[in-house]
Write a protein that binds this ligand. Structure first.
Ligand code: GLA
Length: 525
């Protein structure tokens, strides 16, 4: 950790020097380690849900977040890869005047923010929270982290937060690089790996420097006001974000904001187009609609595994516009792990469009004879020589994978039935051994190797992994011999690789809690 911090400080000091942003742009990602190269987080774009787009501030409370967590499971979204969930600027904490520490607003979150996190983890989901880098959050209803960076990051770690969006309101006079660097260092010092989502709305051009500090950064202003999906604005944002494609990659993503798919006012074609654009841009897939009352069509769009496979591809390339003829744009530049390419044609006109997609326009050999997998029709056609003709309805897309093979495998899409394993011993001073398991499921085509346990476990814990096709069972065995009464905790890290490309998957972390009722005598383990 210390070596990493030193690299981070040297890198940031170099960037802050007056050599100019253009230079930083070229060297930053190549020369510096990314945040993810240490913690292994967000190796593919994070997927989850945040309340802001649909709800704004007022309706956010524990019931809404728990119902949404439940809906992530019952809708099938969890199994499709969505995992991060929690309140946004939902008046969830205040600063305690007596000790300067953050404390839960128990009126809105009666289980406490740690209790809410436990609920989410036990549902097989990960815990997302929100704060601000300035004196206050945007509405000023919550305190910001300014001058409390160390304490607050420790508190978020104690609440067992896995993903933290850090906004940039009320930051007058603060240097953006220094501020987010301080926050990253405070997160490292707090010792819990957290996906760090910067939110400067593109201010300070974070794509040029933030890969060493965080895992994703907003590139544009808000996509909509709460409850008011705005198609025109969403499209402006998509076209602005696609231009930044060179800056994205595993562990460091351009974030064009939370999704509006499934919000009132959008047609099915718009929902499909929006989702396809976010998928091909390797954008974080953070749903923003009300998951408790989705139409069948919205669920089908949000859980289309063939589109999600493009977004979650291990190479992590960001697709972008390669040709625009009037209202029709062709998007490509998205090579995938199996040698195929994702492409799409998007029609923003009011009439259906006949579109010729030539292989040369999307970076392929003009003479090639290639198969095309339609990712919304779920059909393979071909081989096609030279290109593909397709009719695209107004506001709609045609999205394909193109390959010389007639097979379109799905990369790893990981979910778990829990991220929290809890043990409680009965009364008594005799040593006990107890076991519990969690299951990790992969929707990918190629079976994964066994997840590897990072060997830094405390003496009282053993973790063993058993593979059975797409499901791996992770068994935790605790031995209480010699342990003192009280709560013992471990954070376990598992790592794995995608077998075709050899690219690392996002590290898989989970918590183990062991509550020991009485001091236990030494004994056999
Ligand atoms: C900013 C962010 C939004 C949302 C609100 C909350 O505007 O960009 O995504 O978090 O703050 O106030």
């Amino acid at each position: 950790m210390r070596g990493y911090q030193a690299i981070l400080m040297v890198a940031v000091a170099a960037w802050s020097a007056a050599e100019g942003l253009a230079q930083q742009q070229k060297s930053a990602v190549a020369a510096a380690k990314t945040a993810a190269s240490e913690d292994g987080l967000a190796m593919t774009p994070p997927m989850g849900w945040y309340p802001w787009n649909q709800f704004g501030q007022g309706p956010q409370n524990e019931t809404l977040i728990k119902q949404t967590a439940d809906a992530l499971v019952t809708s099938g979204m969890r199994e499709a890869g969505y995992s991060y969930v929690g309140p946004d600027e939902g008046i969830c904490f205040f600063r305690n005047d007596n000790n300067g520490q953050l404390a839960t607003n128990l009126k809105r979150y009666p289980s406490g923010l740690r209790g809410l996190g436990d609920y989410i983890h036990k549902k097989g989901l990960k815990y997302a929270l929100y704060t601000d880098a300035g004196t206050h959050t945007c509405s000023k209803a919550m305190p910001g982290t300014k001058d409390h960076e160390q304490d607050d990051m420790r508190t978020f770690a104690e609440w067992r937060c896995d993903y933290l969006k850090i906004d940039w309101c009320n930051t007058k006079g603060q240097d953006v690089v220094k501020t987010y660097t301080t926050l990253r260092e405070a997160q490292l010092a707090a010792g819990r790996p957290v996906v760090h989502a910067l939110c400067t709305w593109g201010g300070g051009q974070p794509w040029k420097w933030a890969a060493a500090i965080g895992h994703l950064w907003r590139t544009t202003e808000d996509i909509c006001g709460p409850g008011r999906a705005n198609w025109g604005k969403a499209m402006q944002i998509a076209f602005a974000n696609q231009r930044l494609y060179r800056h994205a990659g595993p562990g460091h993503w351009n974030d064009p904001d939370m999704m509006i798919t499934g919000m009132r006012g959008l047609s099915e074609a718009q929902n499909r187009s929006f989702f396809s654009l976010w998928c091909i841009m390797a954008a974080p897939l953070i749903a923003g609609n009300d998951l408790r009352s989705m139409s069948k069509s919205t669920v089908e769009i949000l859980t289309n595994l063939e589109a999600i496979a493009v977004n979650q591809d291990p190479l992590g390339k960001q697709g972008h516009v390669v040709r625009k003829d009037g209202k029709v744009s062709i998007w490509a530049g998205k090579p995938l792990y199996d040698g195929s390419q994702a492409i799409l044609a998007f029609n923003q006109g009011t009439e259906p469009a006949d579109v010729q997609i030539k292989w040369v326009d999307v970076g392929l050999n003009e003479k090639a004879e290639l198969y095309a997998r339609n990712l919304w029709m779920h059909e393979t056609t071909g081989p096609h020589a030279g290109g593909l003709s397709v009719n695209v309805a107004p506001n709609d897309v045609a999205m394909f994978r193109i390959s010389k093979n007639n097979a379109f495998p799905i990369p790893p899409i990981i979910s778990a039935d829990s991220y929290l394993v809890t043990f409680r011993t009965g009364d008594g001073t005799t040593a006990q051994s107890l076991s519990k398991a969690i299951r990790i499921t992969d929707k990918g085509t190629n079976a994964l190797p066994a997840w590897k346990v990072t060997p830094n476990l405390p003496d009282w814990l053993d973790v063993a992994v058993v593979r059975d096709g797409q499901v791996q069972t992770v068994t935790c065995t605790v031995s209480t011999a010699g342990l003192e009464k009280g709560l013992h905790h471990a954070l376990v890290r598992l790592d794995n690789k995608e077998p075709v490309s050899g690219r690392p998957l996002s590290a898989f972390y989970f918590d183990v809690d062991l509550e020991v009722a009485q001091d236990v005598r030494d004994g056999h383990r």
